[in-house]
Design a protein. Structure first.
Lengths: 322, 329
């Protein structure tokens, strides 16, 4: 029964917190309410489970003894300093922003974890009032089922394995990874780490992980490199440098997306402007220009023009399908 | 995945925050505390009963935690004592420190969200309080496109604080047009890693979302903002793009190279084709938007239905090709 078990667990925590020194198991059995009337082996099992459950909550139960000769029965204790939340004193504006942070996660486990954290702060006397901040709506969605197991793997430094479909047209392949970091960019989640199969850092998009993420090694079995190296591995997320410039005719009153990034613009009196548009990849630019239809004409360079024509012909329904 | 916690585990976890909370807030109302802890009043009474039967080892007279159960059942007010050994809550766990600190860092990256100084100070204090539990918080990051829109966000924030109307020039890529709008700001929102202004558009006479990086000009007007009573903040939990069932249903077929459409836009249905492509059905409120997508897809996709839209796309492409002296068959 939950109530009886909770009482026993509470009494165990209190006993280990208040007692001086290590409390031997035999004494725990005597003085902690709920253990008394049992056979030894049943008590042993129950006590082991109780200790495990409390440790899972983050309660630091230490075992040991003060006796250097090992004659004394080993015991258990909880050091107050290891148990308690240290003093935290937040100014009103700091407390308000903590209350706001409590609204960020739209993911059940993360939202619960934040709530528990804020409750602990409130229990320690911090008042977090968000009334004044209704004008801000900070939301981070995490819809990927792979997120939580990957976060746990990062937290525990434990390698994982999963099935990954990199190319939509390809088969899914098995990957083994030492995860370093999980990050979100424009609403999409990625994991960065050391790809054990390829022997190199790699980044994976969580939405392309097509199986459960399973542990594949021991916790604490690798180190995470310094932040600069982790950032480098996530470099593919940064927009590529634009090293070339295209000349494009754009009808006046349209092409705003191009105008915003154009490095040069010459107005014409025929209802058209000529823009210099920086780009990094001819194919990507051609795709973008295609979207403007007849409002845009690519002049130079040739490969952008060719690719654009090919794309438009594809939209008419002729030419090779890429 | 870590196994789920048992009922007693969850209760004990709560009690370890409940007890210090009650000791620090004497005579709290049952209803308020239940609300704060996210439990029913009945559950809270059960929690109090556990405390009532807990105490110092040996559980002799005077060892028990004292809970004034009469006041709980009578006036609905909670008073506990004789439990100073649990006057402080448990330290932050790794997941708790992560969730809170990453959330704060996300706010810090979101210009206009709050005073940056307060956020940085709060992060520093929490990192100190969390100790080693906070070490892993750096391993989860939410990137926010903050820098590029910092000025726009600051202006929006000013208007929100002073309750003033905004005049903006806003670019809508799907229609390839920039329009001027007067907007009474309702809130600044972060969704899908991007910043949005949600406000009452005076021209449309409705709530609208404006992506900050598409605002090409913005000024605060010397006019008080009057957001109407009926204005409702949009529930962004389902994402920014929320097609309506009244929108036109369009069917597309795409090759493997065109699969990005299904990854970028919410689709009503997506089915795999044998060649690795997809058949996609999606809702379209503005055909101009879909026509641009179809042109961008080029030969990697085609509109299957409705046929007049498919024909329109072909006509758009032909019109564009004319400029190159290409005469398609």
């Amino acid at each position: 029964m939950t109530q009886a078990k909770s009482e026993r667990l509470m009494n165990l925590v209190i006993c280990l917190l208040v007692s001086r020194g290590y409390v031997p198991k035999s004494r725990i059995r005597q003085v902690v309410g709920g253990y008394g009337d049992q056979r030894t082996d049943a008590f042993e099992r129950m006590f082991e489970r109780d200790k495990e459950e409390l440790r899972e909550l983050g309660i630091p139960i230490e075992s040991g003894s003060f006796d250097p000769f090992g004659d004394e029965e080993p015991g258990y204790r909880i050091r107050r300093q290891a148990f308690e939340l240290p003093e935290v004193s937040l100014e009103p504006d700091e407390a308000a922003v903590v209350g706001l942070a409590a609204r960020v996660w739209q993911h059940a486990s993360l939202a619960e974890a934040t709530s528990r954290a804020v409750l602990k702060l409130q229990a320690a006397g911090v008042e977090t009032d968000t009334g004044a901040l209704a004008a801000i709506e900070p939301r981070v969605a995490v819809e990927e089922p792979a997120f939580w197991p990957l976060w746990e793997a990062v937290r525990d430094r434990r390698p994982v394995t999963f099935s990954y479909r990199k190319n939509p047209q390809g088969r899914a392949g098995n990957r083994r990874l030492q995860p370093w970091s999980v990050l979100s960019w424009h609403g999409r989640w990625y994991v960065v780490g050391h790809d054990l199969g390829r022997g190199e850092p790699r980044m994976f998009r969580l939405s392309r992980i097509v199986s459960d993420v399973r542990p594949d090694g021991e916790p604490g079995s690798y180190d995470v490199p310094p932040p600069e190296e982790v950032r480098r591995a996530a470099g593919a997320l940064a927009p590529p440098r634009q090293t070339a410039t295209a000349r494009v005719r754009v009808r006046q009153g349209s092409g705003y997306g191009l105008r915003r990034r154009a490095t040069g613009s010459r107005g014409g009196d025929d209802g058209w402007d000529e823009l210099s548009v920086p780009y990094s990849d001819a194919g990507v630019l051609a795709e973008e220009l295609a979207g403007y239809g007849a409002d845009v004409v690519a002049l130079e360079p040739d490969d952008v023009r060719k690719r654009l024509v090919e794309r438009l012909r594809g939209a008419v329904g002729e030419g090779a399908v890429a | 995945m870590t196994a789920a916690h048992s009922g007693a585990q969850r209760q004990v976890e709560r009690l370890l925050s409940l007890l210090p909370y009650l000791l620090a807030h004497p005579d709290s109302r049952l209803a308020d505390v239940a609300d704060l802890f996210g439990v029913t009043e009945r559950q809270l009474v059960r929690d109090l009963n556990v405390l009532w039967f807990s105490g110092l080892p040996g559980l002799a007279m005077g060892d028990y935690i004292e809970v004034d159960m009469e006041a709980v059942e009578g006036e609905g007010v909670i008073s506990v004592s004789n439990a100073d050994y649990l006057a402080r809550p448990l330290r932050l766990g790794t997941d708790e420190a992560l969730a809170l600190i990453v959330a704060l860092r996300t706010l810090a990256a979101m210009p206009g969200s709050y005073d940056r100084g307060a956020i940085d100070r709060a992060i520093a204090k929490l990192e100190r309080a969390a100790g080693s539990a906070a070490e892993r918080a750096a391993d989860v990051r939410v990137e926010v496109d903050g820098d590029a829109v910092a000025d726009v966000a600051a202006t929006v924030r000013r208007a929100l604080d002073d309750k003033r109307r905004l005049r903006l020039s806003y670019w809508v890529p799907g229609r390839d047009e920039t329009t001027e709008r007067d907007v009474d700001p309702m809130r600044l929102a972060l969704a899908d890693g991007r910043l949005y202004l949600e406000g009452w558009c005076r021209r449309a006479e409705a709530e609208r979302l404006f992506r900050l990086d598409r605002i090409t000009a913005i000024e605060v007007l010397d006019v008080p903002a009057t957001v109407p009573e009926q204005a409702r903040a949009r529930d962004l939990s389902a994402g920014i793009f929320q097609p309506s069932p009244d929108d036109e249903l369009v069917t597309l077929e795409v090759t493997p190279s065109g699969r990005w459409v299904a990854e970028y836009y919410p689709c009503e249905s997506v089915s795999e084709q044998s060649d690795g492509g997809l058949a996609i059905k999606l809702r379209v409120s503005d055909r101009r938007w879909l026509r641009r997508i179809a042109l961008r897809l080029g030969g990697t996709g085609r509109v299957v239905d409705p046929p007049d839209l498919a024909a329109q796309v072909v006509a758009d492409a032909r019109e564009a090709l004319a400029a190159y002296g290409e005469q398609p068959a």
